[in-house]
Design a protein around this ligand. Structure first.
Ligand SMILES: CN(C)C[C@H]1CC[C@H](N2C(=O)N(C)Cc3cnc4ccc(-c5cc(Cl)c(O)c(Cl)c5)nc4c32)CC1
Length: 334
């Protein structure tokens, strides 16, 4: 097994396992050249079996998704038996656990988190992607209390654009839209907005709007679209939940309408900014300098290499040095 890890071990010191999701194991690791902490998602190709396409989907999607509320992919290492995804580390764990620990969140804290989710989803939808598995387990918290969206194994980029209908039923039942569980053709973006309604309900209440141990009963409740409204919910919260948890997808609010919705801007005053803060087209001069000096090549050569975006050790070093720079740490390679 050692030779399987030799490539990874060249640039990373692998630490403890921090979790496992289905067919993957996630470990904490240190990126040796920068000292930055990363998460490494490790998958065994043989064990993946029919799930291998899902991993390829996630990798291809994450290579195109660069947003401060989407978990960043730094590098992909594929050996004869394994696939390693080097990812942005999120020290705060899952939003799911955060809610459970607090019973439920205040409207203000729910708004802070929900705005970040809206920002990530608006970015994805405007790029033509639908996530299709939005839930608190797939939202991680980083060391600055920012949410990072993960798990793009089910995300779809319909060939014919966002108006194209999808057919594969997927995601987690409690968060699945009525049209999706009815087996009808559906729009990924519309299904995402329903899941965001379930997410907002979970933030504000600490429990799910539609829940039942019996899957048939659960589906009936989702299709009926009726949910409890505890007395701590404000009138504005009830209005927004009603617009998100619309059984008819054509009457459901769209993410663009969410950006400046009164509940979203309440107490904050400004609409949600969804454009990415990460400029991919322009390389950071300081990072290019450090990397070209460290590798003793010209800046032009280093720029040409970086602009291939191979998601190799150069891509990882670039992103991690850039992360150090934006966090105010020295842009240095060891
Ligand atoms: C239950 N889930 C379906 C999987 C679970 C696996 C551990 C993970 N984690 C944890 O559970 N901590 C407690 C620590 C932790 C820290 N940083 C992480 C950074 C990235 C990821 C990650 C995991 C998966 Cl399966 C992905 O596809 C992507 Cl794109 C990213 N997981 C992290 C992670 C949270 C999710």
């Amino acid at each position: 097994v050692v030779e399987e890890y030799s490539e990874v071990a060249r640039h990373y010191r692998i630490k403890e396992t921090v979790g496992s999701g289905g067919f993957a194991k996630v470990k904490r690791a240190v990126h040796l050249p920068t000292g930055e902490i990363v998460a490494i998602k490790i998958m065994d190709k043989a064990a993946l079996g029919s799930d291998l396409p899902r991993v390829k989907t996630e990798i291809e999607a994450m290579k195109n998704l660069h947003h401060h509320h989407i978990c960043r992919l730094y590098q992909v290492i594929e050996t004869s038996r394994k696939i390693f995804m080097i990812l942005e580390y999120c020290s705060g764990g899952e939003l799911f656990d955060y809610i459970v620990q607090r019973d439920r969140l205040s409207e203000g804290e729910s708004r802070t988190f929900f705005r970040q989710i809206v920002s990530a989803v608006a970015y994805m939808h405007n790029l033509g992607y639908a996530h299709r598995d939005l839930k608190p387990e797939n939202l991680l918290i980083d060391d600055e209390q920012n949410l990072k969206l993960i798990d793009f194994g089910l995300c779809a980029k319909p060939k014919g654009g966002m108006s194209d209908h999808l057919y594969t039923c997927c995601g987690s039942p409690a968060y699945a839209a009525p049209e999706l569980i009815a087996g009808k053709s559906y729009m990924g973006s519309e299904a995402d907005l329903w899941s965001m309604g379930v997410l907002l309900y979970a933030l504000l209440n600490g429990f799910l709007p539609f829940d039942d141990d019996n899957i048939g009963m659960l589906y009936r409740k989702i299709k009926a679209g009726k949910y409890d409204t505890p007395d701590w919910l404000s009138p504005d919260s009830l209005i927004l939940l009603k617009q998100l948890l619309q059984v008819d997808p054509k009457r459901r609010i769209t993410v663009d309408k969410l950006l400046n919705h009164s509940w979203i801007t309440n107490d904050i005053g400004v609409p949600v900014e969804w454009h990415s803060k990460h400029q991919m087209s322009v390389l950071d001069e300081d990072v290019v300098t450090e990397m070209s000096v460290h590798r003793k090549v010209s800046r032009e050569t280093m720029k040409a290499e970086l602009e291939k975006w191979n998601y190799d050790y150069l891509t990882a070093a670039y992103f991690l040095l850039l992360k150090k720079k934006t966090s105010g740490r020295p842009v240095r390679l060891q």
